[in-house]
Design a protein around this ligand. Structure first.
Ligand code: KG4
Ligand code: ZN
Length: 339
């Protein structure tokens, strides 16, 4: 089955062709650079840019995949959660395509999409799976059972980890998006990392909190006098910040693995493109004797291949194949549900 995926929930316009939920024929990603000058995503500008790009990006995906619309069996589109205007652009475009071409449409939860990148890395994955989704909008632990049913084990009580990267990078004047910039700065000098607190929230908690760490970074900067911070000191702060975030992520994933007795683990979402986190998680998996799946970096940050892959599995596992008229785009999806 050939699935066309479309993603526009934040600041990436993406379209992808994925065959049978595993073979990526194309994955075109347009990242909106316009937000860099504002230090964060401006929703109105994001929606307008999606509108300018979505058809061009989709056509490019077809050209690169060497197929026409007639060969597409299913359109999968992100409809929740995300920026309302941004979601509406991709969703309306996909709905228009679906209606005009007579191709079924399936709406996809963006976070489910991130979880399914584990299947793009390992199509023959052994379920159940515990997935840590760690991005700019989410830091959550999920359990996926043998029937692909997803349940929430824990989530952040305040900032997402990626959000903490972005905000701390802003405090240090590094720019946006903060994740890759903090990663680069952390590795730029041979230094001793600053020791920041780890919020573990009690012995059994599977929830996360990063706002205290953010405040600790701010206090550290203020106590040093921000204008005086040298390049080496910045590296110490970035390395210390990363270590604190990654220690917490690893410990929570360990707790979830033990609690569910799950042998297969995955780390997905934008923050999983960080090389230090990838290495830490790989050695953690080896140490624990559990399989650790971390998708290739380009599939960690937002992309439409994950939406196509998730849409394929949802469509295959659903008895009702008429989704398109029941739903619309939804900015907020407070309680995690896949349907
Ligand atoms: O998954 P994603 O592209 O979008 C959301 O669904 O939020 O994740 C974006 C987030 C941003 O907060 C960005 O700073 C973070 O992922 N990120 C990173 C790295 N690359 C992106 N965080 C740490 N290290 C990175 N290399
Ligand atoms: Zn995302």
């Amino acid at each position: 089955m050939m699935v066309l995926g479309i993603e526009s929930s934040c600041d990436e316009t993406s379209a992808s062709l994925v065959q049978d939920g595993k073979i990526i024929l194309s994955n075109v990603i347009h990242s909106q650079l316009i937000h860099q000058q504002y230090g964060g995503v401006v929703p109105e500008l994001a929606a307008r840019d999606h509108l300018n790009r979505v058809s061009q990006v989709t056509e490019e995906a077809l050209v690169r995949g060497r197929i026409g619309f007639a060969d597409v069996d299913l359109i999968a589109v992100t409809n929740r959660p995300g920026l309302a205007g941004a979601l509406l652009v991709g969703y309306s475009y996909a709905q228009g395509l679906s209606l005009s071409l007579g191709i079924p449409l399936i709406p996809v939860n963006h976070v489910s999409g991130h979880i399914y990148t584990a299947f793009l890395k390992r199509p023959d994955i052994q379920l159940p799976l515990v997935a840590l989704a760690v991005s700019g909008g989410h830091t959550s632990l999920f359990y996926m059972d043998r029937d692909h049913k997803i349940s929430l084990l824990g989530q952040t009580l305040d900032d997402a980890a990626g959000e903490a990267f972005d905000k701390c990078a802003k405090m240090m004047g590094l720019g946006y998006p903060g994740g890759p910039l903090i990663e680069r700065q952390a590795g730029a000098n041979k230094i001793k990392p600053v020791k920041f607190p780890r919020a573990l929230l009690g012995q059994d908690s599977l929830d996360f909190s990063f706002s205290g760490l953010k405040t600790a970074v701010l206090n550290h900067l203020q106590n040093r006098g921000q204008s005086d911070v040298s390049d080496g000191e910045l590296s110490s702060i970035c390395a210390g910040f990363q270590e604190a975030v990654f220690d917490v992520l690893t410990e929570k994933l360990r707790r979830a693995a033990v609690l569910t007795n799950c042998r297969t683990l995955a780390v997905v979402g934008g923050v999983a493109s960080n090389q230090a986190l990838r290495e830490k998680m790989v050695s953690f998996g080896r140490q624990e004797g559990r399989e650790m799946i971390i998708p290739n970096p380009v599939l960690c940050t937002d992309n439409a291949a994950m939406i196509a892959c998730c849409g394929y599995h949802l469509y295959r596992n659903s008895s009702d194949k008429h989704f398109e008229y029941k739903v619309s785009a939804r900015a907020i999806w407070p309680k995690y549900q896949t349907s």
